[in-house]
Design a protein around this ligand. Structure first.
Ligand SMILES: [Zn+2]
Length: 743
């Protein structure tokens, strides 16, 4: 069976800067784009066919490249423009002040809007601005107000008062007006999309819609520069998102994907949100030049094509060196809201093509596969036969794996490198353009999938999560003709057939078993082989040795350096989590908060540890003598005691126990003796690997060097006391563990 070769996982280095709408966008890990483009000559263009996250293009341009972005979503295109060339905080404050001083009747606009959120403190009875209100879905009034009183410090959730309800009354009486405007601005003369718009408008309650339309109308009428208009629009986009009911309470942190109002949601104070938007928009970052196609930036920068990639024509002289693809997941909420907002901000006509999104009713994976294919096929045509593609799944899921790999394969790309780390982090796949595709006969999906799972699990010697196994299956199907070569053959039936075969493999209890599951969902818990061979060294143990060898060869090393080296050594499916790397580091080295460097402890020098092993072995022999045991072998040292009890004892300077797990005889007591500084690492390995935990659950004892030394000094040692004291100093995990390396 053919396999996709495995490449080094490029991990994020640093924390992502917060941007508007980020919970709707695929995750773009910081620093990865820079690493991906490291070897690309600066005269070659980078093409981003999806324009799904502004940070992707900004990082590519900041690292010295010229990026052509196609962005079909006018809201994301606008955000890219605003974020690429960040404006100062003062400019935003000035624009907001201009808007605040507009008149609404005889009242300042700011006062008018703030008054809609006025409430009274239950303790000191002073007036305060509510931060927000909690609503139950379907009710016509909130049930809770949230505020923090500036005078007495009282804060939290309080029931609504009569005064709060009176504020809502005039808005609710006149609510038809902004509602009618909100519909009219999207529909124009046509009525076709009316049901879709009405559906989307259910995401706004009457106060939020009133405030937003008051602001939109004011901005429309303000006589200010184009630049200031842009700043106001940017702040308004933040408010438009804040004003939706898509804020579950308490916050689940789950990105909203459907147009479904949570059962309890938070209505935010939109004037406060406008003020907050400034910190989000005006961040102290260097800008990059941004132009609109066909005008090109002079040096490194971004050229933005506003429209779908199928409408982009580029001259033959235009040379694309690399494709950077961060495909989005199907997201009805983002696309529908973007269509609504762009019509509200800029009118329906200017964005005719995009407003068609409103009429769309399908957001399923099959439809998404066809859409991704359309974009990638045009990408392949434009980029020609030389440009490789880096594809990141920023929001990985089984559906995303199948959709993206099928779409890229049918668009004329061949996968030549894959890496994934954790199921919540981006999956990375590198692709090369292929010429005439070999239309071989369709491979046996069931047998390819089964072999892929078997190989994947044997490779790491540890159970794996569902997404990782599923993605390994999809990658194997792609290179073994298990997926269709033509997108027309990827029918709904074909897609169901493939998923059905995979589901049956996961249901086969003679093949796979599940650990630590908390629900019936396939992605709950971890999956392992029923016939896994017990003495195989696990990935975690190999990583521990890898980290140790790096520490031994370099005096001091930073966390990100270690991570890069480890990811180079343990590629593809073997990529360890940063937490595992950090536990390995803590077991052998000290971290200096001043320099951020890890240094091997003096006591870890190989010759010192070797002498220690000899010492421990000597102590073991002296204990054996006291117990009257018959001793043989060295590692394991085997003790047979007269009452029939026998022990296998291993002395180790590492926490690598997996290779010894092949000893299955239940009657034998197994003792693993290790330095105390490895105990935490070993405990962590058991926490993350349920198979290891199971293997060492019966008849295993973990004895620290120091505990053995103290046992050896006892004069009263008998076989009974020895057995009793073996577990008196158990290995544990510190409860409030602070991981340092990755923030
Ligand atoms: Zn108060």
């Amino acid at each position: 069976m053919k396999t996709v070769s495995e490449c080094a996982y490029l991990a994020a280095e640093g924390l992502s800067r917060p941007i508007p709408l980020e919970r709707f966008l695929p995750n773009c890990p910081v620093g990865v784009v820079k690493q991906l483009l490291d070897d690309l000559p600066e005269d070659k263009w980078v093409l981003d066919p999806f324009g799904s996250n502004p940070l992707l293009d900004i990082e590519a341009a900041t690292s010295g490249h010229r990026v052509l972005v196609t962005a079909n979503n006018p809201i994301l295109a606008f955000l890219l423009m605003i974020l690429a060339e960040p404006r100062s905080k003062e400019s935003y404050l000035a624009a907001l002040a201009d808007m605040a001083s507009q008149l609404r009747g005889s009242e300042r606009l700011e006062t008018h809007i703030r008054n809609l959120y006025m409430t009274r403190c239950v303790i000191c009875h002073n007036e305060v601005q509510a931060d927000g209100y909690l609503w139950q879905r379907g009710m016509n009034r909130p049930h809770v107000r949230l505020y923090r009183c500036q005078v007495c410090g009282e804060e939290g959730e309080h029931p609504l008062s009569e005064e709060d309800l009176q504020l809502l009354e005039p808005i609710q009486r006149g609510e038809k007006l902004p509602y009618a405007r909100a519909i009219a601005r999207v529909l124009g003369g046509s009525q076709e999309d009316r049901p879709a718009v009405e559906e989307a408008l259910k995401l706004y309650n009457s106060r939020s819609l009133y405030v937003l339309f008051t602001l939109l109308n004011k901005i429309d009428g303000m006589d200010v520069s184009v630049e200031k208009h842009h700043l106001l629009e940017a702040m308004l986009i933040v408010a438009l998102e804040a004003g939706t009911s898509l804020w579950p309470w308490p916050n689940s942190g789950e990105p909203p994907r459907q147009l479904t109002v949570p059962s309890v949601y938070l209505e935010k104070n939109l004037w406060k949100e406008l003020e907050r938007s400034i910190d989000l928009l005006a961040q102290p970052v260097t800008g990059v030049e941004l132009t609109f196609w066909p005008v090109l930036p002079k040096g490194p920068g971004i050229c933005l094509f506003r429209g779908p990639i199928r409408a982009l024509e580029i001259p033959p002289s235009f040379e694309i060196g690399r494709i950077l693809a961060l495909p989005p997941r199907p997201n009805q909420a983002l696309w529908t809201l973007s269509a609504l907002w762009s019509a509200w901000l800029w009118g329906r006509e200017s964005e005719t093509r995009f407003s068609q999104v409103l009429g769309r009713r399908r957001f399923d994976w099959h439809w998404h596969t066809l859409a991704l294919h359309q974009a990638l096929q045009r990408t392949r045509e434009i980029a020609g036969d030389k440009a490789p593609m880096h594809l990141l799944f920023g929001e990985p899921s089984p559906g995303m794996s199948l959709a993206t790999v099928t779409a890229a394969g049918c668009a004329g790309f061949h996968p030549d490198g894959i890496a994934m780390r954790d199921s919540r982090e981006p999956i990375e796949i590198n692709w090369s353009p292929v010429g005439d595709m070999d239309k071989g006969k369709v491979g046996n999906i069931q047998s390819i999938a089964r072999t892929a799972i078997q190989n994947r699990l044997e490779q790491t010697g540890e159970p794996a999560d569902y997404l990782s196994l599923y993605t390994a299956v999809i990658a194997a199907l792609e290179v073994n003709d298990g997926l269709p070569r033509e997108i027309s053959q990827f029918t709904q039936e074909k897609s169901s057939e493939i998923q059905g075969i995979i589901a049956r493999l996961f249901a086969d209890r003679d093949f796979l078993r599940r650990f630590d599951d908390t629900s019936q969902e396939l992605d709950s818990g971890k999956w392992g082989l029923v016939n896994a061979s017990p003495g195989m060294e696990t990935m975690a143990d190999c990583v521990e040795r890898g980290v140790l060898s790096i520490l031994q060869s370099s005096k001091s090393v930073s966390g990100s350096d270690i991570q890069r080296q480890i990811n180079q050594k343990f590629k593809g499916w073997l990529t360890p989590s940063p937490t595992l790397i950090e536990f390995c580091l803590r077991a052998y080295s000290d971290w200096d908060p001043q320099t951020g460097l890890w240094t091997l402890r003096a006591g870890e020098a190989p010759d010192i540890r070797e002498r220690e092993i000899d010492e421990i072995a000597r102590l073991l022999r002296s204990i054996a003598k006291k117990l009257g045991a018959n001793v043989s072998g060295s590692n394991p040292m085997v003790w047979k005691i007269s009452d029939g009890q026998s022990y296998h004892l291993w002395v180790s300077t590492t926490a690598c126990v997996s290779q010894y797990c092949a000893v299955l005889e239940e009657k034998v007591e197994k003792v693993f003796i290790l330095p105390g500084s490895r105990a935490e690492l070993l405990k962590y390995k058991m926490t993350r690997d349920p198979q290891l935990r199971e293997r060492v659950s019966n008849g295993w004892h973990f004895l620290k060097f120091r505990a053995l030394r103290s046992l050896s000094t006892r004069a009263d040692l008998t076989p009974e006391i020895w057995q009793m004291l073996l577990d008196s100093d158990p290995i544990t995990l510190e409860e409030s563990l602070q991981l340092r390396m990755f923030g």
